[in-house]
Ligand binder design. Structure first.
Ligand code: BTN
Length: 287
């Protein structure tokens, strides 16, 4: 990105850093004069909060964000990208968050495609990317990153699959240091990503962390996730592999240069699955 430093805005409490980023972007776009914008482009800005009262996760879920126990941050910027390429930013952000964590505590997070970070088979970080765009141009992107840093208690519905940096490493990461390491890593990975406008130069780094690489995975259609049981809407299992309706299984080969997940099906064909369309699970559980 052309500008070298991130503008930083911090709130003690906010509904959601993603929502605030979008409100600010709209405000800055509408103002005749503001130092937060050069021409039409909003300056790259990171918004953090001690706590979020309405933290948001993917697929309309909520994100538990108690005070001081996690890093709740949103990156707001204007990438030179076509709207169709924006989903790749989520994978860039996953790499950056993993590297930032690794630089801060003794932990090597893995990535559960496309953008969850996991450690000890449980989730430590989630990413929610949102954008404002017309057909041809992105006006701005908000990449929200939530990291469970010192949390030891989780709501019952996620208790089985969530953990924190503290529970995995025994270390209490400094939130400011963690934020700075992530921003630095994001700038570095974004620069590499920009060279080709795709993930071809980052594929190796991503696959090194990809938890399902080389493993058998279950692919769950959106319909089977909605019902929670795979019993309706999913139709036949695609691979003739004995999986429940609405799901199919295969071996994860890695990612494509566009960030899709490559799966070798039981019939030997390779299928590329696209972020948002499905969920990927290990054969025995979440990863
Ligand atoms: C997920 O469902 O895994 C994505 C979770 C993203 C949570 C972060 S916390 C900071 C930012 N603000 C939000 O409201 N959500 C994101």
């Amino acid at each position: 990105m052309s500008q070298t430093t991130w503008r930083e805005l911090h709130y003690k409490e906010i509904d959601s850093t993603n929502l605030q980023a979008k409100r600010l972007a709209r405000e800055w776009k509408a103002q005749a004069e503001t130092s937060f914008r050069t021409g039409d482009r909003i300056e790259k800005t990171v918004i953090t909060a001690d706590s979020q009262t309405a933290g948001r996760g993917r697929l309309g879920r909520s994100w538990d964000s108690p005070a001081g126990s996690g890093l709740w941050m949103s990156l707001l910027f204007c990438p030179d990208l076509l709207p169709a390429s924006a989903s790749m930013l989520t994978l860039v952000a996953a790499l950056a968050a993993a590297k930032g964590i690794e630089q801060t505590v003794s932990l090597k997070p893995q990535i559960k495609w496309p953008n969850d970070l996991v450690s000890d088979g449980k989730k430590i970080c989630g990413i929610l990317t949102e954008m404002h765009a017309d057909l041809h141009q992105i006006e701005y992107v908000v990449v929200g990153i939530g990291i469970n840093v010192t949390m030891t208690d989780f709501p019952p519905e996620i208790g089985q699959k969530a953990t924190s940096l503290y529970l995995c490493s025994g270390q209490k990461a400094d939130l400011d240091r963690l934020k700075k390491e992530i921003l630095k890593a994001f700038d570095d990975f974004y620069e590499v990503f920009r060279q080709k406008g795709d993930l071809s130069l980052l594929k190796e780094a991503y696959e090194e962390r990809l938890v399902s690489k080389g493993k058998q995975v279950r692919i769950l259609s959106a319909a089977s996730q909605t019902t929670g049981s795979g019993e309706s809407g999913g139709g036949e299992s695609a691979g003739g592999d004995g999986a429940a309706p609405g799901e199919w299984t295969g071996i994860c080969l890695g990612i494509s240069e566009n960030g899709g997940l490559l799966i070798r099906k039981v019939d030997g064909e390779t299928e590329e699955i696209v972020s948002g369309e499905v969920s990927v699970r290990g054969i025995y559980g979440y990863v």
